[in-house]
Write a protein that binds this ligand. Structure first.
Ligand SMILES: [Zn+2]
Length: 385
């Protein structure tokens, strides 16, 4: 079985696994991992209102410590395929780069860990020197993420599986392989502010109460800074993303106005404390005259931080050995499945360079696939060494 990360990445990119379609990607991994001696499971998870989704769990070894690698084979849609110079599902290699949807996010990262694990096993007579290696691969990360990693972890726990440490292979690096480990994420909370007024003819100000005036006042108040950040995180940020009255006429003042916003918040807040703070600020700014309420849809994207410790130190040393760079531990960027994994074991994210993720002509230098494989291989060696 090949331990060539480029060949594995090309096979994966050729699978049309547009979220939440399996597209042959998990079947391919199943074949590769089973041939290398892993015990492979393919649980399908369902939930009303969402598509059923296939997942993959694989493990080799039956003792601890159990080092897990987590990732997703689903990809975001390619958009207009004609806009791509290299077709999104061809797996073209051109000019020292591998092109295709998922090349960096994150079929490339999975290919590198598979190649590193296979190479490590081959060097040790086909099994781990000690402990176990596991794969937690989902097909539901890019969409609603309800039938993916969150359920896969519960499924594994119910089978008595436990994980000592986990690497999530999302594209963590900013410019160059080795510049950034993601060790935590800000939380994400959505809200809607609804201001109620009284509808009326625009020519008769004494007969209406324009909710747009109140909405503007509250939006201004809510944009005040939330905090100054701390050693692990940038300042939290509240951003309005839409303002709506749904009014098609020019001479009617609407009865209600809404503003939607998103907050990316650091570990100086919890969801509950943040909601209370926002509601308190709105109440103060409204002075009892602006009738308003908030809607808070449920969010499963809590803030978390992985503090520097033996596991991150091991990774930093391995990255330095291979690349000569000392990575920064960062908490920037969007949310990821690490928010679920962190409840089971220490986890950090380290993968390819994220610059072209979700873009037309997504691509990774072939050299990065080789370097990342070497980093993972070094981490595995140090971990079990
Ligand atoms: Zn991803």
């Amino acid at each position: 079985m090949t331990a060539d990360p480029v060949a594995i990445a090309r096979e994966l990119v050729r699978c049309r696994s547009i979220t939440p379609e399996e597209g042959g990607a998990l079947s391919y991994l199943h074949t590769v991992l089973e041939a290398a001696g892993f015990v492979v499971h393919r649980p399908i998870f369902t939930e009303s209102g969402a598509a059923p989704v296939e997942n993959l769990f694989a493990r080799i070894g039956d003792k601890g410590p159990n080092l897990a690698f987590a990732g997703h084979t689903d990809v975001v849609p390619p958009g207009d395929e004609k806009a791509w110079q290299h077709p999104p599902f061809a797996g073209d290699v051109a000019g020292d780069k591998l092109y295709g949807r998922g090349a960096v996010d994150m079929k490339g990262g999975i290919a590198c860990f598979v190649a590193a694990a296979l190479d490590y096993l081959a060097a040790n007579g086909g099994k781990p020197k000690r402990g176990s290696i596991s794969f937690l691969i989902t097909g539901d990360e890019e969409s609603v993420a309800v039938n993916g990693t969150v359920k896969l972890l519960q499924w594994a726990a119910a089978r008595g599986e436990s994980f000592d440490h986990c690497i999530l292979g999302e594209p963590s690096n900013v410019e160059t392989i080795g510049d950034t480990i993601r060790a935590g994420r800000r939380g994400s909370l959505n809200g809607t502010l609804i201001v109620a007024g009284r509808q009326g003819h625009v020519a008769y100000p004494d007969r209406f109460d324009n909710p747009i005036r109140g909405l503007v006042t509250l939006i201004t108040a809510l944009q005040a800074p939330l905090d100054e950040g701390n050693e692990h995180f940038a300042p939290s940020n509240l951003e309005f993303t839409s303002v709506d009255v749904g009014n098609p006429t020019v001479n009617v003042v609407p009865g209600e106005a809404r503003g939607r916003f998103n907050i990316r918040y650091n570990d100086r807040h919890t969801q509950a404390s943040l909601k209370a703070l926002i509601e308190r600020r709105a109440k103060a700014a409204g002075g009892g005259r602006i009738h308003h309420r908030f809607e808070w849809p449920p969010s499963n994207a809590d803030v978390f931080v992985i503090k520097q410790g033996p596991f991150t130190d091991l990774a930093i040393a391995a990255i330095k050995d291979v690349t000569g760079r000392t990575p920064e531990l960062s908490t920037s960027g969007g949310t990821s499945d690490a928010r679920f994994i962190k409840d089971y074991c220490p986890v950090f994210e380290f993968g390819l360079v994220g610059q072209t993720m979700h873009q037309v002509d997504e691509c990774t230098p072939v050299a990065d696939l080789i370097t990342l494989t070497a980093v993972y291989r070094r981490i595995i060696e140090k971990y079990f060494g």
